[in-house]
Design a binder for this molecule. Structure first.
Ligand SMILES: Nc1ncnc2c1ncn2[C@@H]1O[C@H](COP(=O)(O)OP(=O)(O)OP(=O)(O)O)[C@@H](O)[C@H]1O
Length: 399
């Protein structure tokens, strides 16, 4: 049997991160783990080629990349070959519901396989890294679902999207901290010896104020307060009403509750950024507060894991992912977050996974060339699936 559930180093075991405090990853039974092997025979793996799928499921969109299972260990981001990349909509079950989320995941994987001119039977391993997967029961539901989609001996890993985002910045090595600030936000960290911790990521109702949703909700609140006379006047009023083609703040109430999708609200962040860049004080305050929230989220994880060493000065990687951390003309949110963190931990080493990927590969009957993409969390997910797939082969070969 291919032993993904056996001799794993604690650092590389894929477990959900639901611990309130850092805790060494315990060895678990197969069904308790993130990994799941569909079938017990070794026959389908060693040396047979095939493909690996990595899926990054977000609240705005979902990306699936397909890599050759037989590729050599990638030494740099530029050396990761990619067979195909597909994009679909939201797969956060907490935002759109479970059946819509699963449908999106199925669709995006199918599309990636079609683009790679292959099918389900070639898939050796899949890593689903999906936002909203927080608890082992979420993970188990997804594992139960996906193993019915793939025949044969495919291996499956289900993670929160933060794990793949970290791997995307560290070439598949799970060490350091990642901050995701997209529609939602979360910080997740893991130490060399496998302790892990997270902060935030509990959703907009539970205090993720540095998230895209959090920023946009504060901006909408500021518009309503200014309209009522409960808060200062702000150019956000004109900018947001203009963007939404509404004529009065009163209409914002109907607009806000017409559709519960978080991503629709969060999409207003660029309006907040441009108002701040144009000098609006209310918008500036919202962004400054959000920067502090995001920095505090990372600081909490780094402190709990002692990623910065006993004296607080050791270097550690901080991978920064998500639309809110995109660079802007003047208001650079990620730069300000890193500056805040570096006041507490001078050893922070920020990484934006943005290096070009090319693909020019031959793998069994699969060929693609001259594709250029950025390193992204979906590739991190694929690298995790790849390394577990190959570890399984090594164990099987007795190495
Ligand atoms: N240039 C920009 N500056 C700041 N924020 C931006 C910019 N462009 C997009 N955003 C914001 O980024 C957020 C979406 O980011 P992203 O697509 O990474 O999130 P997601 O995948 O939907 O979310 P999650 O990771 O929480 O599931 C939205 O809030 C959007 O308004």
């Amino acid at each position: 049997m291919i032993g993904i559930g056996k001799k794993k180093s604690p650092r590389n075991s894929l477990t959900p991160f639901y611990h309130a405090q850092p805790e060494k990853r315990a060895r678990r039974s197969k069904t308790e783990m993130g990994g799941y092997e569909n079938g017990d025979s070794p026959a389908a793996t060693a040396g047979e080629g095939g493909v690996i799928l990595g899926v990054d499921g977000g609240t705005t969109n979902t990306v699936c990349v397909c890599l050759p299972a037989a590729m050599p260990p990638p030494q740099s981001p530029g050396a990761v070959p990619m067979l195909s990349r597909a994009v679909a909509g939201c797969s956060n079950r907490n935002s759109v519901g479970e059946s819509a989320a699963l449908e999106t995941l199925e669709q995006v994987m199918k599309q990636a396989l079609t683009l790679a001119t292959t099918d389900h039977s070639a898939v050796r391993a899949v890593c689903l890294a999906v936002s909203g997967v927080n608890h082992p029961s979420d993970q188990q539901k997804m594992l139960d679902w996906i193993r019915n989609l793939f025949p044969g001996h495919t291996k499956f890993y289900v993670e929160n999207d933060a794990v793949a985002a970290l791997a995307s910045g560290t070439m598949g090595r799970l060490h350091g901290c990642v901050l995701i600030a997209g529609t939602g936000c979360i910080a997740y960290g893991v130490t060399e010896d496998g302790k892990e911790a997270r902060a935030a990521g509990a959703g907009p109702v539970l205090g993720d104020w540095g998230s895209g949703y959090g920023i946009a909700a504060q901006a909408l609140t500021a518009v309503i307060k200014a309209h009522d006379g409960r808060g200062p006047q702000t150019s956000l009023t004109g900018e947001i009403l203009g963007k939404l083609q509404l004529s009065s703040p009163d209409e914002l109430i109907g607009w806000t509750y017409a559709d519960p999708s978080w991503a629709r609200i969060a999409a207003l962040v660029p309006v907040v950024v441009s108002s701040a860049e144009d000098g609006d004080e209310v918008a500036n305050k919202i962004l400054h507060d959000s920067v502090q929230e995001l920095a505090d989220t990372v600081i909490a994880v780094v402190q709990r894991l002692r990623l910065c060493g006993e004296d607080g000065k050791d270097q550690f990687p901080l991978v920064l992912v998500g639309g809110v951390l995109e660079g802007n003309k003047k208001w650079n949110i990620s730069g300000k977050v890193v500056k805040c963190i570096s006041k507490v931990f001078p050893g922070v080493h920020p990484i934006r996974p943005e290096v070009s990927i090319f693909a020019s590969i031959t793998c069994s009957d699969l060929k693609r060339s001259d594709m250029a993409f950025q390193v992204e969390p979906a590739i991190g997910a694929a690298l995790l699936a790849w390394s577990h797939h190959h570890k399984g082969l090594k164990l099987e070969n007795g190495n």
